[in-house]
Design a protein around this ligand. Structure first.
Ligand code: S3P
Length: 441
Protein backbone atom coordinates (compact mmCIF):
# COMPACT_ATOMS: atom_id res chain seq x y z
CA UNK A 1 0.00 0.00 0.00
CA UNK A 2 1.13 3.54 -0.62
CA UNK A 3 1.72 6.17 2.05
CA UNK A 4 -1.17 8.62 1.63
CA UNK A 5 -0.57 12.25 2.39
CA UNK A 6 2.88 12.56 0.92
CA UNK A 7 2.51 12.63 -2.84
CA UNK A 8 1.59 15.92 -4.52
CA UNK A 9 0.82 16.93 -8.10
CA UNK A 10 1.93 20.30 -9.44
CA UNK A 11 0.36 21.34 -12.71
CA UNK A 12 1.37 24.49 -14.56
CA UNK A 13 -1.45 26.61 -15.89
CA UNK A 14 -2.64 26.37 -19.50
CA UNK A 15 -1.73 24.11 -22.39
CA UNK A 16 -3.82 21.75 -24.48
CA UNK A 17 -4.29 17.99 -24.94
CA UNK A 18 -3.62 16.10 -28.17
CA UNK A 19 -2.61 12.79 -29.74
CA UNK A 20 -3.98 9.28 -29.25
CA UNK A 21 -3.91 7.41 -25.98
CA UNK A 22 -5.39 4.42 -24.22
CA UNK A 23 -6.25 4.77 -20.54
CA UNK A 24 -6.00 1.67 -18.27
CA UNK A 25 -8.57 -1.12 -18.18
CA UNK A 26 -12.02 -0.88 -16.67
CA UNK A 27 -11.92 -1.21 -12.91
CA UNK A 28 -15.43 -2.63 -12.46
CA UNK A 29 -14.85 -5.31 -15.09
CA UNK A 30 -11.36 -6.14 -13.75
CA UNK A 31 -12.77 -6.91 -10.28
CA UNK A 32 -15.56 -9.04 -11.67
CA UNK A 33 -13.41 -11.14 -13.99
CA UNK A 34 -11.15 -12.14 -11.10
CA UNK A 35 -14.21 -13.19 -9.07
CA UNK A 36 -16.02 -15.11 -11.80
CA UNK A 37 -12.83 -16.51 -13.33
CA UNK A 38 -11.83 -17.90 -9.93
CA UNK A 39 -15.19 -19.63 -9.45
CA UNK A 40 -15.41 -20.96 -13.00
CA UNK A 41 -14.41 -24.37 -14.25
CA UNK A 42 -11.46 -24.00 -16.61
CA UNK A 43 -8.87 -21.36 -17.43
CA UNK A 44 -9.80 -17.71 -18.01
CA UNK A 45 -7.31 -15.58 -19.97
CA UNK A 46 -7.73 -11.85 -19.56
CA UNK A 47 -6.17 -8.93 -21.42
CA UNK A 48 -6.56 -5.23 -20.60
CA UNK A 49 -6.71 -5.96 -16.84
CA UNK A 50 -6.35 -2.84 -14.66
CA UNK A 51 -3.09 -3.09 -12.72
CA UNK A 52 -4.34 -0.59 -10.14
CA UNK A 53 -4.32 -1.15 -6.39
CA UNK A 54 -8.10 -1.73 -6.19
CA UNK A 55 -8.31 -4.55 -8.72
CA UNK A 56 -5.00 -5.96 -7.45
CA UNK A 57 -6.57 -6.13 -3.98
CA UNK A 58 -9.30 -8.38 -5.41
CA UNK A 59 -6.72 -10.48 -7.26
CA UNK A 60 -4.64 -10.89 -4.11
CA UNK A 61 -7.72 -11.85 -2.07
CA UNK A 62 -8.45 -14.76 -4.43
CA UNK A 63 -4.82 -15.86 -4.42
CA UNK A 64 -5.07 -15.99 -0.65
CA UNK A 65 -8.10 -18.23 -1.05
CA UNK A 66 -6.04 -20.72 -3.03
CA UNK A 67 -6.67 -19.62 -6.62
CA UNK A 68 -3.67 -19.77 -8.91
CA UNK A 69 -3.50 -16.53 -10.89
CA UNK A 70 -0.63 -15.66 -13.23
CA UNK A 71 0.20 -12.01 -13.90
CA UNK A 72 -0.67 -9.31 -14.28
CA UNK A 73 1.87 -8.81 -17.02
CA UNK A 74 1.11 -5.84 -19.30
CA UNK A 75 -2.57 -6.30 -18.54
CA UNK A 76 -2.59 -10.07 -19.11
CA UNK A 77 -3.86 -12.35 -16.35
CA UNK A 78 -4.52 -16.10 -16.41
CA UNK A 79 -6.89 -17.50 -13.81
CA UNK A 80 -7.09 -21.23 -13.04
CA UNK A 81 -10.70 -21.51 -11.94
CA UNK A 82 -11.41 -23.68 -8.90
CA UNK A 83 -15.16 -24.11 -9.37
CA UNK A 84 -18.03 -22.76 -7.26
CA UNK A 85 -16.97 -24.64 -4.11
CA UNK A 86 -13.18 -24.66 -4.57
CA UNK A 87 -12.12 -21.59 -2.59
CA UNK A 88 -10.10 -22.20 0.58
CA UNK A 89 -10.12 -20.34 3.87
CA UNK A 90 -7.46 -17.57 3.86
CA UNK A 91 -4.94 -17.53 6.71
CA UNK A 92 -6.15 -14.15 8.05
CA UNK A 93 -8.30 -11.11 7.20
CA UNK A 94 -8.52 -10.04 3.56
CA UNK A 95 -7.27 -6.44 3.28
CA UNK A 96 -9.06 -4.72 0.42
CA UNK A 97 -7.29 -1.37 0.75
CA UNK A 98 -9.38 1.50 -0.59
CA UNK A 99 -11.70 -0.63 -2.70
CA UNK A 100 -15.44 -0.43 -2.05
CA UNK A 101 -16.21 -2.72 -4.98
CA UNK A 102 -13.97 -5.48 -3.62
CA UNK A 103 -15.53 -5.21 -0.16
CA UNK A 104 -19.18 -5.12 -1.19
CA UNK A 105 -19.03 -7.74 -3.94
CA UNK A 106 -16.86 -10.08 -1.88
CA UNK A 107 -19.21 -9.77 1.10
CA UNK A 108 -21.93 -11.31 -1.07
CA UNK A 109 -19.70 -14.01 -2.47
CA UNK A 110 -18.17 -14.89 0.90
CA UNK A 111 -21.61 -15.27 2.47
CA UNK A 112 -22.00 -18.43 0.40
CA UNK A 113 -18.70 -20.08 1.38
CA UNK A 114 -18.17 -22.91 3.84
CA UNK A 115 -15.55 -20.98 5.85
CA UNK A 116 -15.51 -17.74 7.86
CA UNK A 117 -13.61 -14.71 6.62
CA UNK A 118 -12.94 -11.13 7.70
CA UNK A 119 -12.92 -8.30 5.17
CA UNK A 120 -11.08 -5.11 6.05
CA UNK A 121 -9.52 -2.08 4.38
CA UNK A 122 -8.02 1.38 4.85
CA UNK A 123 -9.53 4.13 6.99
CA UNK A 124 -11.63 5.47 4.09
CA UNK A 125 -13.07 2.03 3.27
CA UNK A 126 -13.69 1.26 6.96
CA UNK A 127 -15.81 4.40 7.26
CA UNK A 128 -18.08 3.73 4.26
CA UNK A 129 -21.64 2.42 4.75
CA UNK A 130 -21.96 -1.38 4.60
CA UNK A 131 -25.51 -1.85 5.98
CA UNK A 132 -26.75 -1.46 2.42
CA UNK A 133 -25.32 -4.95 1.81
CA UNK A 134 -25.22 -6.54 5.26
CA UNK A 135 -28.97 -6.05 5.83
CA UNK A 136 -30.22 -7.71 2.61
CA UNK A 137 -27.52 -10.40 2.90
CA UNK A 138 -28.75 -11.13 6.44
CA UNK A 139 -32.25 -11.54 5.00
CA UNK A 140 -30.77 -14.20 2.73
CA UNK A 141 -29.42 -15.99 5.80
CA UNK A 142 -25.87 -14.61 5.94
CA UNK A 143 -24.32 -13.93 9.33
CA UNK A 144 -22.16 -10.81 9.15
CA UNK A 145 -20.75 -8.79 12.02
CA UNK A 146 -19.77 -5.17 11.44
CA UNK A 147 -18.90 -2.20 13.69
CA UNK A 148 -21.74 -0.58 15.63
CA UNK A 149 -21.85 2.08 12.86
CA UNK A 150 -22.40 -0.66 10.27
CA UNK A 151 -18.93 -0.29 8.78
CA UNK A 152 -16.03 -2.69 8.05
CA UNK A 153 -14.24 -4.77 9.18
CA UNK A 154 -16.89 -7.30 8.24
CA UNK A 155 -16.70 -10.71 9.86
CA UNK A 156 -18.62 -13.19 7.74
CA UNK A 157 -19.47 -16.42 9.54
CA UNK A 158 -19.94 -19.66 7.67
CA UNK A 159 -22.76 -22.08 7.84
CA UNK A 160 -26.02 -20.25 7.27
CA UNK A 161 -27.58 -21.80 4.18
CA UNK A 162 -28.65 -18.92 1.95
CA UNK A 163 -32.11 -18.51 0.49
CA UNK A 164 -33.00 -16.26 -2.43
CA UNK A 165 -34.89 -13.03 -1.77
CA UNK A 166 -36.78 -10.37 -3.70
CA UNK A 167 -35.07 -7.10 -2.96
CA UNK A 168 -35.98 -3.57 -4.02
CA UNK A 169 -32.83 -1.49 -3.56
CA UNK A 170 -33.45 1.81 -1.76
CA UNK A 171 -30.43 3.33 -3.56
CA UNK A 172 -29.40 2.78 -7.18
CA UNK A 173 -26.19 0.85 -6.54
CA UNK A 174 -24.43 -1.63 -8.80
CA UNK A 175 -22.33 -2.78 -5.87
CA UNK A 176 -25.41 -3.73 -3.84
CA UNK A 177 -27.06 -5.40 -6.85
CA UNK A 178 -23.87 -7.35 -7.63
CA UNK A 179 -23.29 -8.36 -4.01
CA UNK A 180 -26.77 -9.90 -3.80
CA UNK A 181 -26.55 -11.60 -7.19
CA UNK A 182 -23.18 -13.15 -6.23
CA UNK A 183 -24.67 -14.40 -2.95
CA UNK A 184 -27.62 -15.62 -5.01
CA UNK A 185 -25.32 -18.01 -6.89
CA UNK A 186 -25.11 -19.95 -3.62
CA UNK A 187 -28.72 -19.49 -2.49
CA UNK A 188 -31.62 -21.85 -2.72
CA UNK A 189 -34.18 -20.65 -5.25
CA UNK A 190 -34.34 -17.31 -7.03
CA UNK A 191 -32.61 -14.08 -6.02
CA UNK A 192 -34.22 -11.02 -7.59
CA UNK A 193 -32.98 -7.45 -7.28
CA UNK A 194 -35.01 -4.47 -8.49
CA UNK A 195 -33.18 -1.22 -9.12
CA UNK A 196 -34.80 2.19 -8.68
CA UNK A 197 -32.77 3.45 -11.69
CA UNK A 198 -30.45 1.65 -14.12
CA UNK A 199 -26.96 1.00 -12.74
CA UNK A 200 -23.88 -0.52 -14.38
CA UNK A 201 -24.69 -4.02 -15.57
CA UNK A 202 -21.23 -5.61 -15.90
CA UNK A 203 -22.06 -8.38 -13.41
CA UNK A 204 -25.10 -9.49 -15.38
CA UNK A 205 -23.23 -9.33 -18.71
CA UNK A 206 -20.25 -11.24 -17.38
CA UNK A 207 -22.36 -13.92 -15.68
CA UNK A 208 -24.01 -14.42 -19.07
CA UNK A 209 -20.55 -14.60 -20.71
CA UNK A 210 -19.57 -17.30 -18.19
CA UNK A 211 -22.64 -19.30 -19.13
CA UNK A 212 -24.86 -18.42 -16.14
CA UNK A 213 -28.45 -17.53 -16.89
CA UNK A 214 -29.56 -14.13 -15.62
CA UNK A 215 -32.91 -12.68 -16.58
CA UNK A 216 -34.02 -9.07 -16.68
CA UNK A 217 -37.61 -7.99 -16.67
CA UNK A 218 -37.84 -4.19 -16.63
CA UNK A 219 -35.85 -3.07 -13.62
CA UNK A 220 -35.82 -6.55 -12.01
CA UNK A 221 -32.83 -8.85 -12.38
CA UNK A 222 -33.09 -12.50 -11.31
CA UNK A 223 -30.95 -15.60 -11.17
CA UNK A 224 -31.38 -19.08 -9.70
CA UNK A 225 -28.77 -20.45 -7.30
CA UNK A 226 -26.90 -23.69 -7.66
CA UNK A 227 -25.55 -23.34 -11.21
CA UNK A 228 -21.98 -23.31 -12.40
CA UNK A 229 -19.68 -20.96 -14.31
CA UNK A 230 -17.61 -21.88 -17.34
CA UNK A 231 -14.29 -20.11 -17.97
CA UNK A 232 -14.37 -17.47 -20.69
CA UNK A 233 -11.54 -15.32 -22.08
CA UNK A 234 -12.00 -11.56 -21.87
CA UNK A 235 -10.48 -8.43 -23.42
CA UNK A 236 -11.25 -5.60 -20.99
CA UNK A 237 -11.91 -2.19 -22.53
CA UNK A 238 -10.32 1.03 -21.28
CA UNK A 239 -12.19 2.54 -18.33
CA UNK A 240 -14.60 5.35 -19.28
CA UNK A 241 -14.23 6.64 -15.71
CA UNK A 242 -10.50 7.21 -16.36
CA UNK A 243 -11.14 8.52 -19.88
CA UNK A 244 -13.51 11.08 -18.31
CA UNK A 245 -10.63 13.23 -17.04
CA UNK A 246 -9.31 13.50 -20.60
CA UNK A 247 -12.77 14.11 -22.05
CA UNK A 248 -13.13 17.08 -19.72
CA UNK A 249 -9.50 18.23 -20.10
CA UNK A 250 -9.58 18.26 -23.90
CA UNK A 251 -12.98 19.98 -23.89
CA UNK A 252 -11.95 22.86 -21.62
CA UNK A 253 -8.43 23.42 -23.03
CA UNK A 254 -8.30 25.51 -26.20
CA UNK A 255 -6.83 23.91 -29.34
CA UNK A 256 -7.18 20.36 -27.99
CA UNK A 257 -7.85 17.40 -30.27
CA UNK A 258 -7.47 14.01 -28.59
CA UNK A 259 -8.40 10.44 -29.42
CA UNK A 260 -9.06 8.02 -26.55
CA UNK A 261 -8.77 4.47 -27.81
CA UNK A 262 -10.82 1.36 -27.02
CA UNK A 263 -13.05 2.95 -24.37
CA UNK A 264 -15.92 0.92 -22.89
CA UNK A 265 -19.14 2.83 -23.57
CA UNK A 266 -21.64 0.45 -22.03
CA UNK A 267 -24.97 2.38 -21.97
CA UNK A 268 -25.08 2.08 -18.17
CA UNK A 269 -21.79 4.01 -17.99
CA UNK A 270 -22.08 6.69 -20.67
CA UNK A 271 -23.63 9.50 -18.60
CA UNK A 272 -20.42 11.53 -18.80
CA UNK A 273 -20.64 11.65 -22.61
CA UNK A 274 -24.33 12.56 -22.54
CA UNK A 275 -23.88 15.30 -19.94
CA UNK A 276 -20.80 16.81 -21.59
CA UNK A 277 -22.58 16.83 -24.97
CA UNK A 278 -25.57 18.53 -23.40
CA UNK A 279 -23.15 21.18 -22.14
CA UNK A 280 -21.86 21.67 -25.69
CA UNK A 281 -18.86 19.29 -25.82
CA UNK A 282 -17.58 17.99 -29.14
CA UNK A 283 -17.20 14.23 -28.63
CA UNK A 284 -17.29 11.85 -31.59
CA UNK A 285 -17.83 8.11 -31.15
CA UNK A 286 -15.66 6.29 -33.72
CA UNK A 287 -15.33 2.60 -34.65
CA UNK A 288 -18.15 1.42 -32.42
CA UNK A 289 -17.75 -2.33 -31.87
CA UNK A 290 -18.67 -5.10 -29.44
CA UNK A 291 -15.89 -6.72 -27.41
CA UNK A 292 -16.60 -9.48 -24.89
CA UNK A 293 -20.25 -8.48 -24.55
CA UNK A 294 -19.41 -4.80 -23.96
CA UNK A 295 -19.66 -1.85 -26.37
CA UNK A 296 -16.30 -0.26 -27.16
CA UNK A 297 -15.33 2.78 -29.25
CA UNK A 298 -12.60 5.32 -29.87
CA UNK A 299 -13.61 8.74 -28.63
CA UNK A 300 -12.42 11.90 -30.40
CA UNK A 301 -12.75 15.01 -28.28
CA UNK A 302 -11.99 18.58 -29.32
CA UNK A 303 -12.12 21.86 -27.42
CA UNK A 304 -15.54 23.41 -27.13
CA UNK A 305 -17.28 26.24 -25.32
CA UNK A 306 -19.50 24.85 -22.59
CA UNK A 307 -22.78 26.12 -21.15
CA UNK A 308 -24.16 25.41 -17.71
CA UNK A 309 -27.00 22.86 -17.52
CA UNK A 310 -29.37 21.22 -15.09
CA UNK A 311 -28.05 17.69 -14.99
CA UNK A 312 -30.91 15.29 -15.81
CA UNK A 313 -31.57 13.05 -12.76
CA UNK A 314 -31.66 9.92 -14.93
CA UNK A 315 -28.03 10.52 -15.93
CA UNK A 316 -26.77 10.63 -12.32
CA UNK A 317 -26.28 6.86 -11.74
CA UNK A 318 -24.84 6.55 -15.26
CA UNK A 319 -22.11 9.09 -14.43
CA UNK A 320 -21.77 8.52 -10.69
CA UNK A 321 -17.96 8.32 -10.67
CA UNK A 322 -17.49 11.16 -13.15
CA UNK A 323 -18.82 14.08 -11.11
CA UNK A 324 -15.42 15.28 -9.88
CA UNK A 325 -14.42 15.72 -13.56
CA UNK A 326 -17.85 17.11 -14.52
CA UNK A 327 -17.63 19.73 -11.77
CA UNK A 328 -14.43 21.01 -13.41
CA UNK A 329 -16.29 21.22 -16.74
CA UNK A 330 -19.04 23.14 -14.96
CA UNK A 331 -16.48 25.58 -13.52
CA UNK A 332 -15.44 26.40 -17.11
CA UNK A 333 -18.97 26.67 -18.52
CA UNK A 334 -20.94 29.78 -19.29
CA UNK A 335 -23.71 30.06 -16.68
CA UNK A 336 -24.89 27.84 -13.86
CA UNK A 337 -24.73 24.06 -13.63
CA UNK A 338 -27.08 22.44 -11.13
CA UNK A 339 -26.71 18.88 -9.87
CA UNK A 340 -29.38 17.30 -7.65
CA UNK A 341 -30.22 13.72 -6.68
CA UNK A 342 -26.59 12.78 -6.12
CA UNK A 343 -26.40 12.31 -2.32
CA UNK A 344 -24.46 9.07 -3.01
CA UNK A 345 -21.45 11.26 -3.81
CA UNK A 346 -21.16 11.95 -0.10
CA UNK A 347 -20.28 8.30 0.64
CA UNK A 348 -17.68 7.59 -2.04
CA UNK A 349 -13.92 7.37 -1.35
CA UNK A 350 -14.42 10.84 0.15
CA UNK A 351 -17.43 13.13 0.53
CA UNK A 352 -17.13 14.22 -3.09
CA UNK A 353 -19.66 17.04 -2.77
CA UNK A 354 -17.88 18.74 0.12
CA UNK A 355 -14.32 17.98 -0.97
CA UNK A 356 -14.91 19.20 -4.54
CA UNK A 357 -16.74 22.31 -3.32
CA UNK A 358 -13.90 23.14 -0.91
CA UNK A 359 -11.32 22.70 -3.67
CA UNK A 360 -13.28 24.72 -6.23
CA UNK A 361 -13.77 27.53 -3.72
CA UNK A 362 -10.02 27.45 -2.91
CA UNK A 363 -9.40 27.96 -6.64
CA UNK A 364 -11.74 30.95 -6.75
CA UNK A 365 -14.77 29.22 -8.32
CA UNK A 366 -18.34 30.04 -7.25
CA UNK A 367 -19.43 26.59 -6.00
CA UNK A 368 -22.26 25.95 -3.55
CA UNK A 369 -22.63 22.44 -2.13
CA UNK A 370 -26.14 21.21 -1.35
CA UNK A 371 -27.33 18.11 0.53
CA UNK A 372 -27.55 16.09 -2.68
CA UNK A 373 -25.54 17.98 -5.25
CA UNK A 374 -23.89 21.25 -6.16
CA UNK A 375 -24.54 24.56 -7.90
CA UNK A 376 -21.54 25.84 -9.83
CA UNK A 377 -21.37 29.17 -11.62
CA UNK A 378 -18.79 28.97 -14.38
CA UNK A 379 -16.08 31.61 -14.61
CA UNK A 380 -12.36 31.77 -14.23
CA UNK A 381 -10.19 29.40 -12.20
CA UNK A 382 -7.52 31.27 -10.29
CA UNK A 383 -5.19 28.42 -9.33
CA UNK A 384 -3.82 27.56 -5.89
CA UNK A 385 -3.59 24.57 -3.59
CA UNK A 386 -6.31 21.96 -3.05
CA UNK A 387 -6.74 18.86 -0.89
CA UNK A 388 -7.87 15.63 -2.51
CA UNK A 389 -8.44 13.86 0.83
CA UNK A 390 -6.78 10.79 -0.64
CA UNK A 391 -9.53 10.44 -3.25
CA UNK A 392 -8.08 9.38 -6.62
CA UNK A 393 -10.79 10.92 -8.75
CA UNK A 394 -10.66 14.28 -6.95
CA UNK A 395 -6.89 14.47 -7.48
CA UNK A 396 -7.18 13.76 -11.23
CA UNK A 397 -10.11 16.16 -11.69
CA UNK A 398 -8.21 19.07 -10.14
CA UNK A 399 -5.13 18.21 -12.20
CA UNK A 400 -7.22 18.82 -15.36
CA UNK A 401 -8.53 22.13 -13.99
CA UNK A 402 -5.04 23.62 -14.50
CA UNK A 403 -5.64 23.55 -18.28
CA UNK A 404 -7.90 26.55 -17.67
CA UNK A 405 -6.42 28.15 -14.54
CA UNK A 406 -4.54 31.46 -14.37
CA UNK A 407 -1.84 30.15 -12.04
CA UNK A 408 -0.48 26.65 -11.25
CA UNK A 409 -2.50 24.17 -9.19
CA UNK A 410 -1.00 22.00 -6.47
CA UNK A 411 -3.03 18.94 -5.40
CA UNK A 412 -2.24 17.22 -2.10
CA UNK A 413 -2.60 13.58 -1.15
CA UNK A 414 -2.41 12.03 -4.61
CA UNK A 415 -0.94 8.57 -3.91
CA UNK A 416 -4.35 6.89 -4.24
CA UNK A 417 -4.48 7.78 -7.93
CA UNK A 418 -2.75 4.40 -8.21
CA UNK A 419 -5.94 2.67 -7.05
CA UNK A 420 -7.60 3.24 -10.44
CA UNK A 421 -5.11 4.91 -12.79
CA UNK A 422 -1.50 3.78 -12.51
CA UNK A 423 0.66 5.88 -14.84
CA UNK A 424 -1.73 8.85 -14.82
CA UNK A 425 1.01 11.48 -14.51
CA UNK A 426 3.06 10.11 -17.41
CA UNK A 427 0.06 9.57 -19.68
CA UNK A 428 -1.38 13.02 -18.94
CA UNK A 429 2.05 14.58 -19.56
CA UNK A 430 2.32 12.76 -22.90
CA UNK A 431 -1.05 14.21 -23.88
CA UNK A 432 0.17 17.73 -23.02
CA UNK A 433 -0.69 18.40 -19.36
CA UNK A 434 2.19 20.21 -17.61
CA UNK A 435 2.06 17.90 -14.58
CA UNK A 436 4.69 16.49 -12.29
CA UNK A 437 4.42 14.57 -9.05
CA UNK A 438 6.73 14.97 -6.09
CA UNK A 439 6.98 14.07 -2.45
CA UNK A 440 6.89 16.81 0.14
CA UNK A 441 9.23 16.28 3.06
C1 S3P B 1 -19.11 0.23 -8.93
C2 S3P B 1 -20.31 0.80 -8.64
C3 S3P B 1 -20.47 2.20 -8.21
C4 S3P B 1 -19.20 3.01 -8.49
C5 S3P B 1 -17.96 2.28 -8.09
C6 S3P B 1 -17.84 0.98 -8.86
C7 S3P B 1 -19.07 -1.19 -9.35
O1 S3P B 1 -20.72 2.24 -6.82
O2 S3P B 1 -19.26 4.24 -7.82
O3 S3P B 1 -16.81 3.07 -8.36
O4 S3P B 1 -18.04 -1.63 -9.90
O5 S3P B 1 -20.08 -1.88 -9.15
P1 S3P B 1 -22.21 2.16 -6.21
O6 S3P B 1 -22.75 0.83 -6.51
O7 S3P B 1 -22.03 2.38 -4.73
O8 S3P B 1 -22.98 3.26 -6.88
Amino acid sequence: MNSPGKLLFKIDAGGCLGGRLRVPGDKSISHRVIMLGSLALGVTRVSGFLEGEDSLATLQAFRRMGVSIEGPDKGCVTIQGVGMHGLQQPDGPLDLGNSGTSMRLLAGLMSGQAFPVTLTGDSSLCSRPMRRITEPLARMGARIESSSEGTAPLRIECGGALVGINYLMPVASAQVKSSLLLAGLYAEGDTCVSEPAPTRDHTERMLHGFGYQVSRNGNRICLTGGGMLTASDLDIPADISSAAFFLVGATIAEKSDLILEHVGINPTRDGVINILRQMGADIEVLNLRSVGGEQVADLRVRSADLRGVRIPPDQVPLAIDEFPALFIAAACADGETVLTGAAELRVKESDRIQVMADGLIALGVDARPTADGMIIKGGSIAGGRVLSHGDHRIAMAFAMAALRSDKPIVVEDCANVNTSFPGFVDLAATAGLAIRSYKEA
